[in-house]
Design a protein around this ligand. Structure first.
Ligand SMILES: [Zn+2]
Length: 203
C-alpha cells in the first residue's frame, strides 16, 4: 500500500489541530493533502477540489469552526458526489449532521491526543486496507537512517491491529526496528507512531 491519497478537509482556523493529528500519518507511505497547507500563492482552494476525485479517502475535520466553513461543506459535497469515502473526525457528535451522521467516524479527544491519533490511524487503515486474503496489507514507515554516514533506508513494518498497538502503548512497550546496515535501533510509540529515540548499535 503506497501512494494512497488522503485529502484532509478542515476550517482554516483548525490548521494547527489538523497538523497535530496528522503529524505521523504523514510518515506513512501516503500522499496526505492538508487543504490549507496546499493553498499557496498559485493555488486557490477552489482549484484544490480537483484533487478530491483522485483521493482514496477524504477526512472531514468537523469542529465549531468548520460548521460555518463553506469550504468544508463544499468539499464534503464534492467527495460525496464523486463517491469518495469520507471519514468524519469531530470534536462533538452534533457537528456531524445530515449525511455524515450515518457514516463511521471518530471523536477528537483533545485531552487524549495519543488515543485520538491511534483511532485516526485505525480509521484510515480500515478504509484503505484492501480486503481479501491475498493482498494482506502491510502498514509501514520507511525513513532514512540517521546514523552518521549510514545510507540505509529503514522500514518499520506495522502488522498488529490498532487495538493491539493501543494495548502495547498502555503497557509502555514501544515498537522497535533495527537498521540492517549500522545496527542502530529506532523506537516508536505504538499508538501514535511518533518517534521516541534511536539507540546506537550495541556491542
Ligand atoms: Zn543505519
Amino acid at each position: 500500500m503506497t501512494g494512497e491519497q488522503v485529502y484532509v478537509s478542515h476550517a482554516p482556523s483548525d490548521l494547527e489541530l489538523v497538523q497535530t493529528l496528522f503529524s505521523t500519518v504523514k510518515n506513512l507511505p501516503f500522499d496526505v493533502h492538508i487543504a490549507l497547507e496546499e493553498v499557496d500563492s498559485n493555488r486557490t482552494r477552489d482549484r484544490l477540489e480537483s484533487r478530491i476525485p483522485d483521493s482514496d479517502v477524504v477526512v472531514a475535520v468537523l469542529t465549531d469552526r468548520s460548521a460555518d466553513s463553506r469550504w468544508v461543506n463544499q468539499e464534503i459535497g464534492y467527495a460525496r458526489a464523486e463517491r469518495i469515502p469520507i471519514f468524519p473526525v469531530y470534536t462533538d457528535e452534533r457537528h456531524r449532521g445530515g449525511y455524515l451522521a450515518d457514516i463511521e467516524g471518530m471523536s477528537i479527544k483533545r485531552d487524549d491526543l495519543s488515543r485520538t491519533i491511534c483511532e485516526l490511524l485505525g480509521g484510515l487503515r480500515h478504509i484503505l486496507e484492501p480486503i481479501g486474503p491475498l493482498s494482506v496489507p502491510n502498514w509501514f514507515m520507511r525513513f532514512p537512517c540517521t546514523t552518521d554516514g549510514c545510507p540505509e533506508q529503514v522500514v518499520l513494518e506495522i502488522d498488529a491491529p490498532q487495538s493491539k498497538l493501543w494495548k502495547q502503548h498502555r503497557h509502555g512497550k514501544p515498537l522497535a526496528v533495527t537498521c540492517s546496515a549500522c545496527g542502530g535501533t529506532y523506537y516508536f510509540n505504538p499508538a501514535t507512531l511518533g518517534f521516541i529515540r534511536r539507540d546506537p548499535a550495541t556491542q
